[in-house]
Design a protein around this ligand. Structure first.
Ligand code: MN
Length: 313
């Protein structure tokens, strides 16, 4: 397999959530030798470091329906520029979080790099599609996906560049089990493409794979956003909000491999990693495996076992 170049950007952001311990996620992934492990999967990863973020104690939350919006937008505009630059330079972008509000920046940057010809496959137990009008918490990590499609507060929707970053028909949301009423209303009104946990359990994977095929046929570039809380807490205990009814390992690994084979993935963000709740680093290890698979590569305990045991190694 040929070598693929990638740029790693860390975003130790937790202002979009309630102190979930996710700001130490990017460095914890590095300590788990993410770069060396992805190198064994033929991904040459250049580490662009972390984006500097102001500490919570030095900031005012501001509007209670859009807490810490000013700093979140500032961070996301810097992240968007770095993501755009990586993709324009023919590198895959790998972005590590941090809370999910950073996807405002990753998708804005990716969209700019490909002149808006972007689709997003979004894994999450939650909708992340509230607006400043429907939010119950005021936490922006539950709103950015609506903002990317042009809904909600203008300061989020117009971050980085004015206007829509993600055409609503180019979203495929996978794994939802906890949607708020405001999100359900938006999904129904706008006819958004959702493949929920219920859909998965009642129909299995075939309809989802068809949805992925349709998206890949219509849209030339795909961004992947993986909230670790979409995965069952048995496999991903180190999520900001561990999920007792998430995707199984074989489900997420199979979907990721399929996407890696069928889609032109320009970048991946892996968010809401809380190393303090991880068990023997298994959530980080799974994150690394899924990054490789989304990018069309192979990294797993099995490939590690085989490479250690090759006769002609
Ligand atoms: Mn999320």
């Amino acid at each position: 397999m040929s070598i693929t170049q990638a740029t790693l950007i860390g975003v130790p952001l937790d202002l979009g959530a309630e102190n979930l311990g996710v700001d130490i996620g990017p460095n914890a992934f590095r300590y788990q030798h993410l770069i060396q492990k992805l190198a064994t999967a033929d991904l040459e990863v250049h580490d662009a470091g972390n984006i500097a973020i102001e500490e919570r104690k030095n900031l005012q939350p501001g509007n209670p329906r859009l807490k810490y919006a000013a700093e979140i937008v500032r961070v996301n505009e810097e992240l968007a520029a770095k993501t755009e630059q990586a993709i324009r330079g023919d590198n895959k972008a790998i972005v590590l979080g941090g809370d999910h509000s950073l996807t405002l920046g990753t998708v804005s940057g990716a969209s700019a790099a490909v002149d808006g010809q972007i689709g997003v496959i979004y894994f999450d137990a939650h909708g992340d599609m509230n607006t400043d009008e429907t939010t119950m918490s005021g936490n922006i990590h539950g709103m950015h996906l609506a903002s990317l499609m042009g809904f909600g507060a203008p300061e989020l929707a117009n971050a980085y560049k004015p206007g829509i970053k993600l055409p609503k028909e180019n979203l495929l949301h996978i794994g939802a089990s906890d949607l708020d009423q405001g999100e359900i209303d938006l999904i129904e009104r706008e006819n958004l493409r959702i493949f929920s946990l219920f859909d998965l359990l009642t129909s299995n994977l075939a309809p989802l794979l068809k949805m992925i095929d349709n998206l890949a046929a219509r849209v030339p570039h795909i961004w992947i956003s993986l909230d670790l809380d979409s995965i069952d807490r048995i496999y991903a205990p180190g999520a900001g909000m561990p999920n007792p009814k998430g995707l199984s390992y074989r489900e997420i690994a199979t979907i990721a491999e399929y996407i890696g084979k069928k889609c032109n993935v320009v970048g991946v963000d892996v968010v809401e990693y809380n190393p303090l709740q991880d068990e023997h680093n298994k959530t980080a290890e799974l994150g690394i495996e899924l990054i490789a698979k989304f990018l069309g590569k192979e990294y797993s305990w099995y490939t590690g076992y085989m490479s250690r045991n090759q006769v002609n190694g």
